[in-house]
Structures are given as C-alpha cells and as structure tokens.
Design a protein around this ligand. Structure first.
Ligand code: NAD
Length: 354
C-alpha cells in the first residue's frame, strides 16, 4: 500500500481535499494503485485542537508517507494569534521539516477557459508550462541585517548565496521534468549582473551533456518576465532560483485566469507535498461553491511525481479537461450559457469522466 497523508487545513481545505480524495479513490479502482489515506491537522484547526499550527504527530506522519496532499491554511479567526503560532507557520514548518527543496507550478490554459485570462485568447490558448523554483536557498535563506549604521547612515542587507550542489539538485529535477514533457528547458538568471547567477549558469551548463535529449536555453529574468506576457507558449519548463521563481510563478499563475484551477508540487528529500496555489478562501468556506480542480490536479501531480503513475495522472487531467469542455463550471469560472455546479457535484462529473 502507498500511504498518502491528507492535511485539509482550514477554510475550504476540507471540501477541496475531500473532492481530491474521492477522485483518487476512483482512479485507484481503475488502475489498482493501492492507496491508503491518513488525515492530519495543520493550520488554525490544529492550533485550536493542539495549541500549535504544526503538531509533531502531523510532521512525523508526513515524513513516513509516500506523499502529502495539502488543502490550505489560515483565516481571520486566527488574526490575533501570536505570530509564531499563526496558521501559515505550518507551511514553513512543513517545507523545513520535509526538506522541500523545489516548487513546481504548472500553468496549463484549457482552450475553453482561455477567455478568462487577462491576456488575449490567441496568446494563451494552448499555454502549457511548468516553473521549477528552488525553494530552500538563495537570498530568502542568506544572512541578513535588519538595520546597521555606517558613516551615520542606516542601511539593511540580505545575502544571496548558492552552492554548486544546490544548483545541480534543482537543475537535475528540472531536466527530468522536461523529459516527461516537451523536452525543452529554460534556465532563468541575471548572469549579466550577479555572481550567484554566473555560478548558476555555469552549473546548469555542466549538466547539458547528461540531458542531451532536452533542448536548453538561458534567459535573463527581466526578459523572461516580459516573454511570459508576450509569448508564453514558447515555454515548456523554466528553472530558476528562489527569489526570481517567487515572482515569475505568480506572474505565470495569472495567465491561467483562475486561481481555483492551479495545482502545485513541493518536492522534498523525505517526501513531497501537493497543494493548490490558492489559500483557504474563508469567504466561501462551507458553502459548497469552492472550485476543487486545483486540488484535484495537485492529486494528479502526486501520482505523476511521487508514485510514478503517469497514466493515472493523465486520466485525472483529461477528466478535468472534459468536464470543462462539457460546460460544467464552479461559480468562480462561471460564464453565461454554462452549467453551474457546486464542489461536490462537479467532483461527481469529473469522476464520471475518468
Ligand atoms: P485566497 O486564495 O484564499 O482567496 C482569494 C480569493 O480567491 C477569494 O475571493 C477566494 O474566495 C477565491 N478563491 C480561492 N480559492 C478558490 C477556489 N478553490 N474556488 C473558488 N474561489 C477561490 O487568498 P486570501 O483571501 O488572500 O487568503 C485567505 C487565507 O488563506 C489567509 O489566511 C492566507 O494567509 C491564507 N493562504 C494560505 C495559503 C496556503 O495555505 N498555501 C496560500 C495563500 C493564502
């Protein structure tokens, strides 16, 4: 049996992870995947029950699991909780505790939803890319100084720092990801200015021969930001550092047109964690109107990357695509002439199409 730890979290977390588990159970029946589930608390719900947003029992269960399916955490109810115990601390604790070193954010624009994008239909219809962001290094984890006085002037600084093994690890993952897809990798840096970027580019180049079947190119981050807006279809897999990846992945996410549809994976040394990119949406929690597709597509990524079940992953993705093509919509992506369904009902439509 393959053990999946499910962490619903807060807000709409329970509804959307319930949907994703129903879909996983259906796909398990079809492909005999032998999955078993264990549910654990995190976030505000965990704080209320256990006095901490990330109980040790949750972290230990994740470490022992084949993969983790995560909903979302947070909500106004916990706004006045001590900063160290805020629900969102659970995410940082999981990243650190599980050694989640890479974040994968696919952006796939379904043809039938291309008009939801802020970009023109022709530019975005058919976009299918993945951003691979380094998650535990770079300037977010370097030394920093909040304030110092030098020559009578106050300043602050943050140190950007990357080692060859760190760049090698993320680059290999990006090459492997490209191999499973369109076999094209774009490495993004600022090598015309930064020493860390020059080391990044040199290190990526040393791996080129090992992955000769993948086409590799380099782009400066400013150019990449522009290219994502003017010609996003040129990209297959983009690999970049922590800071550039944070910004580019949010830019790329809006191309898709709805945050309710966007999945993500955080790949780790001990296990990997899969979650939609949106938050706990407290404004719509408990109303059966949340879009579960981002979480269902995260479950497909779980099958692809942690369990190496590519056929089952694709079955989920095409069931979601067919549900959309057949005109079924949750409220967030509803348009005139479509059929509006709740969280539970649209999940049933997806399962019917598996
Ligand atoms: P949010 O993503 O929760 O919601 C933003 C807007 O998008 C809301 O109007 C919401 O109703 C809508 N939305 C989000 N997901 C949706 C879905 N699946 N279907 C339909 N509509 C959806 O962001 P926010 O409002 O800024 O944050 C709410 C809480 O979530 C905060 O406490 C924040 O800290 C937390 N948060 C958690 C995570 C995480 O757990 N990974 C990520 C981001 C925000």
């Amino acid at each position: 049996m393959k053990k999946i730890v499910v962490i619903p979290g807060d807000g709409i977390g329970r509804e959307i992870t319930d949907s994703a588990v129903e879909v996983l159970k259906a796909v398990d029946k079809k492909f005999s995947l032998e999955l078993e589930y264990e549910t654990h608390d995190a976030g505000g719900t965990a704080y209320d029950k256990h006095g901490t947003p990330l109980p040790t029992s949750t972290l230990d269960a994740c470490k022992a699991a084949d993969a983790v399916l995560f909903g979302a955490v947070g909500g106004t109810k916990w706004d006045n909780v001590d900063a160290k115990l805020r629900p969102e601390k659970a995410i940082l604790g999981l990243r650190k505790g599980l050694g989640l070193y890479a974040n994968l954010r696919p952006v796939k624009v379904f043809d039938v939803l291309a008009d939801n994008s802020p970009l023109k239909h022709d530019l975005v219809a058919g976009v299918d890319l993945v951003i691979v962001r380094e998650l535990v290094g770079g300037i977010y984890f370097g030394d920093r100084c909040e304030s110092e006085i030098k020559d009578g002037v106050e300043r602050a600084w943050d140190l950007e720092n990357y080692s060859v093994p760190e760049v090698e690890r993320i680059t290999k993952l990006a090459f492997e990801t490209a191999r499973l897809r369109g076999k094209k990798l774009t490495s993004v840096d600022k090598a015309n200015v930064l020493a860390t970027s020059r080391l990044w580019r040199r290190t990526v180049e040393t791996l080129r021969a090992e992955y000769a079947d993948v086409e590799l190119n380099h782009l400066y981050v400013d150019n990449c930001a522009m290219q994502l807006a003017v010609n996003p279809k040129q990209f297959d897999v983009i690999v970049t550092g922590n800071l550039f990846g944070d910004i580019l992945s949010d830019e790329a996410a809006v191309i898709g047109g709805s945050i309710g549809l966007m999945p993500s994976a955080s790949i780790g040394e001990l296990t990997s964690l899969y979650e939609p990119i949106h938050g706990s949406a407290p404004d719509i929690a408990g109303k059966n109107i949340a879009n579960p597709m981002g979480t269902i597509l995260s479950a497909a990524m779980l099958l692809r990357y942690s369990l190496k079940e590519e056929t089952a992953a694709r079955a989920i993705e095409s069931a979601v695509e067919r549900t959309l093509a057949d005109g079924y919509r949750t409220a967030d992506i509803y348009a005139d002439g479509m059929k509006k369904l709740g969280t539970v009902e649209i999940t049933e439509k997806i399962i019917e199409r598996l």
